[in-house]
Design a protein around this ligand. Structure first.
Ligand code: PGA
Length: 250
């Protein structure tokens, strides 16, 4: 046993209105029950549903995260949201550096600044890293992820280890049904932890796996010694399926 508490987070991406978020969380709360859970549980809602989601989750173990954050506190950034705005919705945290954001132009420098801004505002952070299929096939997975981890953690302080998790999400596994094998996930998460050890206590840092996690494969993935939970996209949209994944946390 690693001693690290698992974290299972659902990334809703561009899905769910405020009303749908409320319904989803009500169902999730009923499924998870009142007892002590084996894992921390979070849902990453679209900006427009954050306030409704936070209200629906209030008083429950379900935490609410945004999916992205801008580094500036305010200003001429059309369409962006600051960390302070996310805090004001009653949310607990935010994703940073999801590959779908990086593909739309988010840079390593922005990821670092956004992690810093989120932590400064008191938000918890899940920062995402991961390689493309071409990079994996070229044998570049480790140096690529190392660069992303080093950049993302460049402005994090050692005492912040409990408020930050890293999600290793190979791009080729996201939304493809092509889940990494438990061995592949373990190797990459272990490597991420080794690189992160230059910044944060590796024994305390949570490293998640993401990419086509389902109720059927979640147990074996999360049982790996360096996999401390999951970031779940498609399979998190249905509260029953997401609760089934939470139940697989070791
Ligand atoms: P997926 O998405 O589970 O649908 O592959 C994971 C993610 O993008 O976080």
């Amino acid at each position: 046993m690693s001693g690290r508490r698992p974290l299972v987070a659902g990334n809703w991406k561009m899905n769910k209105t405020g009303v749908e978020a409320r319904e989803h969380i009500a169902r999730l709360r009923a499924l998870l029950g009142d007892g002590e859970l084996e894992a921390d549980v979070a849902v990453c809602a679209p900006f427009t549903a954050l306030e409704a989601a936070a209200r629906a989750a209030s008083g429950s173990p379900v935490e609410v995260y945004a999916q992205a954050v801008h580094e500036a506190p305010s200003g001429p950034h059309t369409g962006e949201i600051s960390a302070g705005m996310i805090v004001a919705t009653g949310s607990d945290g935010t994703l940073v550096g999801h590959s779908e954001r990086r593909a739309a132009g988010e840079t390593d420098a922005q990821v670092a600044a956004r992690v810093r801004a989120a932590l400064d505002a008191g938000l918890q952070v899940i920062v995402c890293v991961g390689e493309s299929l071409a990079q994996r096939e070229a044998g570049e997975t480790e140096p690529w992820c190392e660069g992303q981890v080093r950049a993302a953690l460049g402005r994090v302080r050692a005492e912040e280890v409990a408020t930050l998790a890293i999600a290793y999400e190979p791009i080729w596994a996201i939304g493809t049904g092509r889940t990494a094998t438990p061995e592949t996930a373990q190797a990459a998460c272990a490597h991420v932890r080794t690189v992160a050890a230059g910044f944060l206590d590796p024994a305390a840092l949570r490293v998640l796996y993401g990419g086509s996690v389902t109720p059927d494969n979640a147990r074996e993935l999360m049982a790996q010694p360096d996999v401390d939970g999951a970031l779940v996209g498609g399979a998190s949209l249905d509260p029953d399926g997401f609760a089934a994944i939470v139940a697989e946390a070791p």
